[in-house]
Ligand binder design. Sequence first.
Ligand SMILES: [Fe+2]
Length: 134
Amino acid sequence: MSIVWKDNLATGINEIDNQHKELFDRINKLFQACHSGQGTKEVINVMSFLENYVIEHFSCEEKLQLKSNFPNYAEHKKQHEEFKAEITNLKQELSAGADSTSFVIKINNLIVNWLLNHIKKSDKELSQHIKTKV
Ligand SMILES: [Fe+2]
């Protein structure tokens, strides 16, 4: 199992693309760890990564949106908040002793949905907007 970065996911904003690629790398590391029987340890690492990642990455995007008067700021921010809430839920499940295999499946579903619905659509829309401002 792995997720592959493709150029059609690029927003064209280097800072954002690099952060998205970092997310791919981190999730792929989790898949590799699961393959080699290290999944339980790695899910804990990946959750602390995701907790920081969502705060830093989303605030980076939101700053760009405010700076460029992005018209869909409120809706975009709402999607970020929903994703943050999903991460908080997953963290609670993990603390409550969730099985690591089902946990990895949940993270995978969450990230794949995020790629299809957010990075491919909403972040692209943001990059289109920023390009018209430069
Ligand atoms: Fe975003």
